[in-house]
Write a protein that binds this ligand. Structure first.
Ligand code: PEP
Length: 258
């Protein structure tokens, strides 16, 4: 299977930004801009929990899908402040970001909890966007391959081949997130190809070839075309540039053009 037949997915990660009126304004602006991507590129906005209702209503009948930025692994119970996968599904969410480096860095997420959240999301019918990526010092020590392969093995432990095909992997070098420092297109391709090779060892080539692998880390209107042209980069997870309709649309259009 070639890149051309894998699903290209451009997902915005809004992080802790936008009130409900601001969310509606951004999505209303985005809808007509990205309408032409329908059937070619999946367009997703991953929004704060408080914006989900607004975002689902604002995008009804459009080709923009709504995602959440995290999910808890238990079905229900005494987990104050957490949101379950069933709650997200009921609210109209289709995708969920799991294991973002900010969750790993600031909120104690581990590969074990990422694995549990991924399995809970899949069991509920959500499509997880599982984030992996090395720290700067890990890259400088020359262990990027080991770090990312380990994350893939642990984060997807006990996930079936059928479910892996519904999972999106986002390669996000931690040193490139929110810093303005982008991995070069060659660096992004190298690690995305390594992720696919790791998936092939775990699940076989046919499954590995079907998985959408995104690059994320300061992707913007200027650098997106070069990154998205790479064979193993099937889309992007976009932070800062997803907060402006024009910039996000430029990235979507670059993906439409391939
Ligand atoms: C992200 O939050 O996943 C991200 C890639 O952020 P940014 O595009 O701002 O680097």
């Amino acid at each position: 299977m070639k890149k051309s037949v894998r699903k290209a997915i451009i997902a915005g990660n809004w992080k802790m930004n936008k009130t409900r009126p601001e969310a509606k304004e951004l999505l209303d602006a985005l809808k007509p801009l990205v309408a032409n991507a329908d059937g070619k590129v999946e367009v997703v906005a991953c929004v704060p929990f408080t914006n989900i209702d607004t975002a689902v209503s604002a995008t009804e009948g459009s080709n923009i899908k709504i995602g959440a930025e995290n999910v808890h692994f238990e079905k229900s119970g005494a987990f104050t402040g957490e949101i379950s996968a069933d709650m997200l599904v009921e609210a109209g969410v289709e995708y969920v970001v799991i294991g973002h480096s900010e969750r790993r860095q600031y909120f104690g997420e581990t590969d074990e909890t990422v694995n549990k959240r991924t399995k809970a999301a899949l069991a509920a019918g959500l499509k997880p966007i599982v984030c992996v990526g090395e720290l700067l010092w890990e890259r400088e020590c020359g262990i990027t391959e080991e770090v990312v392969a380990r994350q893939i093995k642990l984060d997807l432990f006990d996930v079936s081949a059928e479910d892996v095909k519904k999972t999106v992997i986002a390669y996000e070098p931690v040193w490139a997130i929110g810093t303005g420092k982008t991995a070069t297109a060659d660096q992004a391709e190298e690690v995305c190809a390594l992720i696919r090779a790791t998936l092939a060892k775990l699940y076989g080539d046919e499954t590995a070839q079907a998985v959408t692998i995104q690059y994320g880390g300061s992707m913007n209107a200027k650098n997106c075309a070069e990154l998205l042209a790479k064979e193993n980069v099937d889309g992007g997870l976009i932070g800062g540039a997803s907060l402006k309709a024009d910039d996000f649309n430029t990235i979507v259009q670059a993906a439409v053009e391939g």
